[in-house]
Design a protein around this ligand. Structure first.
Ligand code: ASP
Length: 333
């Protein structure tokens, strides 16, 4: 209640004071409603993803532009790349482990903090869709290996050989010189992490990968781990990671980024801080890559990664062009 109103009302009867208080709280409610309306009017749906996965962003955007929700947008965006046979780091066509097995990891998280994940999943093109089924159809969050695969078949997913001829040939070449050693480097991995905000201002995220190329059999990275490879808090925003998963897991990277945004950092500042914290723990190492991508409730995005030799880079390949967002708004108005 404003002081002026309070002073005026103290001379009234108790009943008057109560009604004046009510009036004042109604005023506040009105203000809140107007603020909410303003917030709604400024909501600009957006989809962003790690790296140059144009297909994923386009698909996610198609969903959002047709009034779809953020969860469908990130799932379908991720699926577009999982189905892309040329993409060697997710879904079909992905790089196998050092024994020639393609094993996939994925997770998904919605606006209500529901989440689902699959780890070490084989023979299924769309781990992200299986992760969503885990979230929606089971009381669990993570299914692994054979159990996850069996569950996928029960949900109607088809068995598919994920090792393409090209990937098999590359693996055979790798075996000739590698001495069966898994070496963390920047060339044999890349994950697709997606974040989207829909027209209601709700945020969801998805993360899918084949993990590190020629990894030790059974290895699981950060990508399917909620809090590490992906985290969404619809009050604050979302974040996702790419790069050497072991480093992201031990810093609970995506959760950290969201918490930094909660404390007031912009998505860009939060991603920079997250990357720098990891690098500070790895002084002297020049052989790996880490990147974070973030989106907040205002629809602001940020991305930051580090490449070998500690070259920090602002990620530029995030989101959609302003033209697309603007034309969406013109269409809606
Ligand atoms: N983070 C993934 C993993 O460690 C790989 C990547 O994003 O490059 O499995």
């Amino acid at each position: 209640m404003k002081r002026r109103n309070f002073i005026k009302n103290t001379s009234l009867s108790t009943a008057g004071i109560i009604s004046a208080s009510l009036l004042s709280s109604c005023e506040n409610e009105d203000k809140k409603t107007t603020a909410k309306q303003e917030e709604k009017e400024t909501i600009k749906p957006i989809a962003v993803c790690t790296w140059n996965f144009e297909n994923a962003n386009s698909k996610a955007w198609e969903v959002l532009a047709n009034d779809g929700n953020a969860l469908d947008a990130v799932e379908q965006g991720a699926m577009a790349e999982e189905a892309n046979i040329k993409n060697t780091t997710v879904g079909i066509g992905a790089t196998p482990d050092r024994d020639g097995n393609v094993t996939l990891d994925a997770c998904i998280m919605d606006k209500d903090s529901n989440c689902g994940a699959v780890v070490y999943l084989q023979n299924i093109v769309h781990p992200i869709a299986v992760a969503r089924k885990v979230m929606e159809e089971t009381p669990h969050i993570i299914l692994a290996g054979k159990g996850a695969e069996q569950f996928a078949y029960e949900q109607g997913f088809k068995k598919t050989n994920l090792l393409t001829e090209k990937a098999r040939k590359r693996w055979l070449e790798w075996k000739k010189t590698s001495k069966y050693e898994t070496i963390i480097n920047i060339e044999n991995h890349d994950t697709i992490g997606m974040l989207a905000m829909d027209k209601h201002g709700d945020i969801a995220g998805a993360c899918t990968t084949s993990g590190m190329g020629y990894k030790v059999g059974g290895r699981v990275g950060d990508s399917p781990i909620i809090g590490a490879g992906l985290y969404v808090d619809n009050e604050v925003g979302g974040a996702t990671a790419t790069g050497v998963g072991e480093e992201v897991i031990r810093t609970v990277g995506s959760f950290l980024i969201v918490e930094l945004m909660r404390q007031g950092k912009s998505p860009q500042e939060a991603c920079e801080e997250g990357v720098k914290r990891i690098m500070a723990k790895n002084k002297g190492r020049k052989d790996f890559q880490i990147g974070f991508l973030a989106l907040n409730k205002k629809g602001e995005t940020g991305g930051y990664c580090v490449h070998p030799g500690f070259t920090y880079r602002k990620a530029t390949n995030v989101g959609h062009t302003n033209e697309q967002v603007d034309s969406f708004y013109k269409k809606k108005v």
